[in-house]
Write a protein that binds this ligand. Structure first.
Ligand code: SF4
Length: 166
């Protein structure tokens, strides 16, 4: 059975910066949960950050640039969280490699988990096209990343994976 890495907050775990979860009750999530396909992980907590924690955004680039050291993840109180974000991304990748996971569903718009857009680094609420640190690292290793607003596409890819593994 193909497993799916999922952002812990999408299963309702209280791991977000504000101490809350972001549970998705989408029927596909509920089905995959019942099938015991979902492997939850919060990259920011895995990387060593506490919950609650100050909100953070990527400044000067996107996830790829944080990974290569040319941009930083900065919190509202000006702490540099880049090291923890990169460590969390590396742990997410290790988990995927260890469990042969080829598909991830990660929370939209997060500086770690976002896969289509993230905030612009100014805490202005402005979105820019791009991806967070964990999404960038997973994709650079061939793992497909979708968010909770793209579950039908994730379902199609899962079906393709299962056909190919028969
Ligand atoms: S890092 Fe990802 S899993 Fe953790 S709270 Fe943020 S969006 Fe959710």
């Amino acid at each position: 059975m193909e497993l799916i890495l999922i952002s812990s907050c999408l299963l309702g775990q209280p791991v977000r910066y504000d101490g809350k979860g972001a549970r998705s009750r989408h029927p596909l999530i509920l089905r995959w949960l019942a099938e015991q396909r979902l492997v939850p992980l919060c990259p920011e907590m895995s990387g060593g950050l506490p919950t609650p924690r100050p909100a953070a955004e990527i400044s000067g680039g996107q996830g790829e640039q944080v990974l290569n050291g040319s941009a930083s993840v900065i919190s509202t109180n000006q702490q540099d969280f880049s090291r923890e974000f990169v460590a969390g991304a590396e742990l997410a990748l290790k988990k995927c490699q260890k469990q042969n996971i080829k598909l991830a569903i990660l929370k939209a718009r997060s500086p770690s988990c976002g896969s289509q857009s993230t905030y612009d680094g100014n805490f202005s609420g402005q979105l820019v096209s791009g991806q967070g640190v964990t999404s960038a690292l997973l994709r650079s290793h061939g793992i497909k990343v979708y968010d909770e607003e793209m579950l039908l596409q994730a379902e199609s890819y899962l079906a393709e994976l299962e056909r190919n593994s028969r």
